[in-house]
Ligand binder design. Structure first.
Ligand code: GLN
Length: 329
């Protein structure tokens, strides 16, 4: 059993000083959020919540919402169909790169790149626009165990500056890799990105994946284990975009992370806990700079896969046993 308060405290102290990075400016409303927000929350697989810092401050969920539209898509169509229609390859290019979308061979795009994510949302299309949006928000509410709200200003700001996403969607549509009308789908994708969340919300949402698809707070099965694994595995190549492989090397591959340009990061440590971090200044790939740094430290402390540092006592005991056996020989 981990002392989560102690772990959060120590990582918070170690990373609090990090002030580098820049807020996202390409969506004007995102630049207005306070740079100083810093919050870490953990929700364990029993549904217990621990937190420190500005855990009541809300930011736009942005690309972290891609996790939940993918969840709904695998629930609706099954893992095999989603794999065939979307794909899984990362691009080594920015998350909204037109070149990456143009060059990607058919049906290979990772659902966490913008083009793959919008195609995923197109798999959820409903003719009635209100019902389409509602189904996506209801699903996110199920993960958060509460009613989330949409930031109207963010939604409007993103809708006005959506040209690249529209281009990506039309490009895919032209190649028969977009499965619904472009305009209402991109609109709904923008809507899902504008949902406001706190670090507590992100930790709760992450805890469902950590618990194999069952929400530990409500006991509702939101995904099967197979679906959960599929979603998490897709995070490895693109969860943090071009930073994803460095994240794997630094954390050991047992921590699955998704960032959003609003400054949030959601991290899943399977069988252990979900983590939510909010800190709006971003690195050059669009990941929270302080959030990634704190996330790596937390993942290293909580991952089951990594060799843990032995305490001095254990090490001494071990060494003295070794010496005794050596002496006997
Ligand atoms: N809504 C943003 C976009 O489509 C999300 C990007 C992100 O968070 N990386 O560009």
């Amino acid at each position: 059993m981990y002392d989560y308060n102690k772990i959060i405290d120590s990582v918070y102290k170690q990373t609090k000083h990090i002030k580098s990075g820049k807020k996202a400016h390409y969506i004007p409303e995102l630049a207005k959020v306070s740079s100083s927000i810093f919050a870490i929350s953990i929700c364990d697989v029993n549904g217990n919540l621990y937190h420190k810092g500005d855990y009541t401050s809300k930011v736009a969920i942005e690309s972290i919402s891609k996790l939940f539209s993918l969840s709904l898509a695998v629930k609706k169509h099954g893992v095999d169909t989603v794999f065939k229609k979307i794909g899984m390859h990362g691009s080594f290019l920015p998350f909204n790169s037109i070149i990456a979308a143009k060059l990607a061979p058919s049906h290979t795009i990772n659902p966490f790149l913008n083009q793959g994510a919008m195609a995923t949302t197109s798999l959820l299309y409903q003719k009635n626009n209100k019902a389409f949006k509602k189904s996506i928000l209801d699903n996110m509410n199920d993960f958060a165990s509460k009613r989330l709200s949409v930031g109207k200003d963010i939604y409007e700001s993103e809708s006005e500056t959506n040209s690249i996403n529209m281009s990506l969607a039309y490009l895919l549509k032209n190649n028969k890799r977009f499965y619904a009308p472009v305009i209402p789908t991109v609109d709904t994708y923008t809507y899902q990105c504008s949902v406001k969340v706190t670090s507590d919300d992100l930790a709760r949402m992450a805890s469902v994946f950590a618990n194999g698809g069952v929400n530990p707070k409500t006991n509702k099965e939101l995904l099967t284990k197979k679906q959960t694994e599929y979603i998490l595995n897709n995070l490895l190549p693109e969860g943090l975009y071009e930073y994803s492989d460095e994240w794997i090397v630094k954390t050991g591959g047992d921590a699955y992370a998704k960032s959003g340009v609003g400054g949030g990061i959601l991290i899943v440590i399977p069988g252990v806990c979900g983590i939510g971090i909010v800190s709006p200044r971003l690195d050059k790939h669009g990941n929270s700079k302080r959030g990634v740094s704190a996330g790596i430290k937390l993942a290293r402390k909580l991952s089951k896969k990594l060799f843990k540092k032995k305490s001095n006592k254990t090490r001494k005991r071990y060494n003295s046993k070794k010496n005794k056996t050596r002496r006997k020989k």
